[in-house]
Design a binder for this molecule. Structure first.
Ligand code: ASP
Length: 329
């Protein structure tokens, strides 16, 4: 009894601890040995962009932005920071950069407003947080992370999500902050364009922990209230430290219907496939439905997969060995 009593107390105290949404015992915990290995992969959306359409200036503008985002994330990992912090750093930067469809510069809904979605997940305890349709929190990814870390929930939506973000001290902005000349122009043309500038990131840190996140304004001219795959855990984002992490971009409705992000993890696990093969196999499920998009994945060894069925996907990858790749087409 003497031996069991302290254990019982620990169990009871553990069960009573509030805060984060799932206090799972690290079912999925990575091997905690510190290694030299770390890696990071990111995307800035997939779509129908072509070298001619984008022009030299466009290509260098996006390449520079992707490169800066990659360096921001790699710097966190290099210094021994967590994959969660690296993903947060990358996506915060991309949300603040108006060339991407996330945060400032995001596409607008049919009401002419930005309705922003984001999610984040860490792959050790499978904790996750998401926000949908927010309009005032400057960095939706930070709101998603707060939902994960400081609420008992996984997803908060619209005014309630903004109110929660304010209550935990996140920066609020006037709605006009999100709207740029480009996003207004896109809406005026009311184009349902074959282009998605959503941003996403997956990181593996030196402790072997995988985290993934995605942030978006959704689809141009979307109906007020529409929510895509980006804030849906299992559809737009998933992370599992003993398998891989995934972030998607494209026509969200298909990604939700096919649970794409989780399907990659499941395919790797159940079929024992390498990440690239699993990603290809899952992406091909979009074909019969005529769904368009792509995804980035990183397995537990830091191997990347960047697959898409569009002409372009803005993407970048880097790791501890100094391998670096930034590409669009
Ligand atoms: N997947 C996002 C959505 O459907 C759009 C994107 O990837 O740009 O909301």
């Amino acid at each position: 009894m003497k031996v069991f009593l302290p254990c019982l107390l620990v169990l009871i105290l553990g069960a009573c601890t509030p805060s984060s949404n799932q206090d799972n015992t690290s079912l999925n915990a990575a091997d905690t040995t510190t290694t030299e290995q770390y890696a990071l992969i990111l995307h800035g959306g997939a779509g129908g962009a072509t070298p001619e359409g984008l022009g030299e200036e466009g290509v260098s503008k996006y390449t520079a932005a992707l490169d800066t985002a990659l360096d921001a994330g790699l710097a966190v990992l290099e210094q021994g920071g967590s994959s969660l912090d690296a993903v947060t750093a990358v996506i915060t930067y991309m949300e603040d950069n108006s060339v991407f469809n996330a945060g400032r510069g995001a596409v607008l809904s049919s009401k002419g407003i930005a309705e922003l979605d984001a999610s984040i997940m860490e792959g050790d305890d499978l904790n996750a947080g998401a926000v949908a349709g927010i309009q005032h929190t400057r960095n939706p990814i930070l709101a998603a992370r707060k939902v994960m870390e400081e609420s008992p929930y996984v997803m908060l939506a619209t005014e309630g999500a903004d109110e929660f973000a304010r209550s935990v001290g996140l920066t609020e902005v006037d709605h006009e902050y999100f709207i740029t000349k480009k996003s207004k122009r896109q809406l005026e043309r009311a184009m349902e364009r074959d282009e998605w500038g959503t941003v996403g990131c997956v990181a593996l840190d030196r402790q072997g922990r995988i985290a993934a996140g995605t942030s978006t304004g959704g689809r141009n001219n979307k109906l007020f209230g529409r929510v895509g795959d980006s804030p849906v855990i299992g559809a737009g984002t998933y992370a599992s430290s003993n398998v891989a992490g995934v972030s998607c971009t494209g026509e969200g409705e298909f990604f939700i219907r096919l649970s794409i992000a989780h399907d990659v993890i499941a395919t790797m696990e159940y079929k024992n496939l390498p990440v690239e093969q699993a990603a290809d196999e899952v992406l091909s499920k979009l074909d019969p439905m005529n769904g368009k998009g792509g995804m980035i994945c990183l397995d537990k060894h830091g191997n990347p997969a960047m697959v898409f069925n569009t002409s372009a996907m803005f993407r970048a990858y880097g790791n501890a060995s100094g391998d670096k790749e930034v590409a669009i087409f």
